[in-house]
Design a protein around this ligand. Sequence first.
Ligand code: 13P
Length: 248
Amino acid sequence: MRKPYIAANWKMTKTIEETEEFIRSFIPLVKDINDVDILIAPPFTALSAASSLLKDTNIKLGAQNMYFEENGAYTGEISPRMLLSAGCSTVIIGHSERRQYFQETDEIVNKKIKLARANNLEVILCIGESLEEREANKTFEVLENQLAGSLKDLSLDEITIAYEPIWAIGTGKTASKEQANEAHTCVREWLRKNKDGADDVRIQYGGSVKPDNVVELMSQPEVDGALVGGASLEAESFSKIVAGAVKK
Ligand code: 13P
């Protein structure tokens, strides 16, 4: 069975002090939950402080992005070695906000994943359709194209897929459990057809996940976890999501 995996994507929120305050209150709330993998992805500036506090806990640290070159003259960018030295085990790649506001294409996402894996970082790859694409019945086609482009020449080792329908992100509109499971099934089938080890890959759902809808989403056979934005910003709310992710 795939172990449930709940990740917090804090996006551009929280200073170092706010990150430390969150982590201090969050650790005791989840310390006895061993059957869920837990990850927090604060902004770059708070990674190192977060890493010190998370040492010897059951909570992993992730970054929200990285660049696709090892080092050099790329002002403002962050390399995988920098993430490792800041204490990250994981990096989120291809979030729809990166694709939408920073023109990240599947080709760029593919380069980033290759470099992350070459540096032994685990990856959460985000994919998902827009509202127009869903309404035009193109959801599966969009997901398959994103998978093909992003995972070109890559194995599935240490890769988690986050299915995040763009219309459900930060809108309060969650995909129904059936919509989530149907999209995850499409992802799983594409992985089975094209890669080895598809049944071990965890597929997280993201988009307005909250304490009161996580149990229902997690009841679906193909939903292995969640990537949480807004509801991960408060320790109590995020701890309830983690607790609700234990598969019954
Ligand atoms: P919300 O949970 O705020 O909808 O954000 C989802 C998301 O984008 C996580 O990466």
